[in-house]
Design a binder for this molecule. Structure first.
Ligand code: FAD
Length: 441
């Protein structure tokens, strides 16, 4: 079937950011704050992506270990300050040694993201799904966006792909690695929240005892629990816990072709199976875990949690060796001290740590897809191997990447140059001006 229809241009901008997760929302704030006419396009009816639709704890703000050090600033600080204004967050130690986490109320985080984005002067289009790109040579000319009014085109000088799944890179035919094609992809998780939990009784059960209960429940044959070391934690709401417990395989191969959570049929099935699996864990909690006797399901995550799908091939490819050696780069725009956390298909989770208190630098070049003209990426689709990605994908680092990409895109739009041609020293200077932390002490 041939389909062709004229699509009107509805807006022309300096910078368009697609996807409003931790990376995209930060990118939009940074670009608009720098004076660029900026549009943020988001398919959901609220901002925040995984930060508001799936989770409630920021990791990556601090290095793990005995002497925690804060390694992000700038917009990441503004987000936490906004949450503090609603008394909607608190710090808590991480059960797996990933460093101090910041647990927040995601409904307030939606408001915080919206406030910061609007205060920066950014235009926002919610319930709008980018479906295609118009290219001239290697540059993107316009995005084709699906809305309730049908398809519309939006044009910009510079684009930021913060879709998490590198949708724009994919639609434009640029290079990426499909998670699952070379190494096993990280598993999927349907999160859920429980209310009426007796927190004091639950806290009396140690982590080891909790995992032992999960293991024995599974071995009894009465519960189907694929992951035996999932976690629950307290939230800012009294008597409510949030969980990261379920585990679903995220990729496979049919006729030699890798598929993952970017495959619509596979994703539909995973969403449905994820909720059923969550029910099994809820039954286990209610039957077997002290404190959960009278607890009830409050909510599932808005969507299944997807850790990785497409990672772009950028001007630099961050590797496991870079992370483990805490490598520093001349063009780094942020730091990461979070351990590598591989949620693989099996029962456990593989953890590998950087040297105590150290961080790896995040090079600006990991945000520039190679052989392109006017696009940057930010967030979990940045240019890194599967294993390096499992460290640097925490939300604090996504915000740091977003802030750098937003500054860079605004500068490129103003100067009429490509992201690859931009002097990284200028971006680093701007990041420091706005309070970002980009270098080891
Ligand atoms: C189950 C799970 C547990 C995790 N645990 C933690 C944790 O505890 N702490 C932590 O810091 N990190 C955690 N992570 C990692 C972290 O949450 C993610 O790496 C990070 O949130 C990714 O942010 P992002 O902005 O890159 O992408 P996302 O948050 O996925 O944002 C992408 C946005 O783009 C939008 N979008 C996508 N395609 C389109 C399109 N075509 N058109 C318009 N909009 C589009 C989406 O709706 C979404 O809002 C976890 C991840 C998962 C899945």
């Amino acid at each position: 079937m041939n389909y062709s229809k004229k699509i009107d241009t509805k807006g022309v901008y300096d910078v368009i950011v697609v996807g409003s997760g931790s990376a995209g929302a930060a990118a939009a704030i940074a670009a608009a704050r720098s004076g660029a006419r900026t549009l943020l396009i988001e398919r959901l009816p609220f901002l925040g992506g995984i930060s508001t639709a799936v989770l409630d704890t920021f990791y990556g703000y601090y290095t793990p270990g005995n002497n925690p050090r804060k390694v992000v600033g700038g917009i990441a600080d503004a987000v936490v300050n906004g949450l503090k204004g609603y008394n909607a967050c608190f710090e808590r130690p991480n059960t797996f040694g990933a460093g101090t986490g910041i647990t927040y109320h995601p409904e307030y985080l939606k408001i915080v993201w919206e406030t910061l984005v609007e205060e920066a002067g950014c235009h926002v289009l919610l319930n709008a799904w980018v479906q295609d790109v118009v290219k001239v040579g290697k540059e993107i000319k316009a995005l084709v966006v699906g809305t309730k009014n049908g398809l519309a085109c939006y044009e910009a000088k510079q684009y930021i792909d913060a879709t998490g799944d590198a949708d724009i890179v994919f639609l434009a035919g640029y290079e990426f690695e499909l998670a699952g094609a070379i190494e096993p992809a990280q598993t999927l998780t349907t999160t859920f929240k429980m209310v009426n939990v007796d927190i004091a009784r639950r806290k009396a059960v140690t982590k080891e005892a909790f995992h032992h209960l999960m293991q024995s429940a599974s071995e009894s044959g009465r519960y189907d629990l694929p992951r035996k070391e999932g976690s629950d934690h307290v939230t800012p709401v009294d008597g409510m816990t949030a969980t990261i417990m379920t585990r679903l395989k995220s990729y496979g191969i049919i006729d030699g072709q890798t598929f993952n959570a970017t495959n619509p049929e596979f994703l539909s099935s995973a969403e449905i199976r994820g909720r059923l699996q969550a029910l099994e864990y809820i039954r286990f909690l209610q039957d077997c875990v002290p404190g959960y006797e009278k607890a009830q399901l409050a909510s599932f995550g808005v969507q299944i949690g997807i850790r990785e799908t497409r990672r772009v091939r950028g001007e630099y490819w961050l590797t496991e060796a870079d992370v483990l050696s805490a490598r520093q780069f001349d063009d780094q725009i942020g730091l990461c001290g979070a351990p590598m956390e591989d949620h693989h298909d099996g029962e456990g989770t593989k953890w590998k740590y950087l040297p105590d208190g150290k961080t790896v630098g995040i090079p600006y070049r990991t945000l520039i897809p190679r052989n392109t003209g006017n696009i940057l990426v930010a967030g979990r689709c940045f240019s890194a191997s599967h294993v390096a990605h499992s460290s640097v994908r925490s939300m604090a680092q996504c915000m740091a990447m977003g802030e750098a990409a937003g500054i860079a895109a605004a500068l490129c739009a103003e100067r009429g140059i490509s992201p690859a041609a931009l002097d990284f020293a200028v971006i680093r200077q701007e990041l420091l001006h706005y309070g970002a932390i980009i270098d080891e002490l």
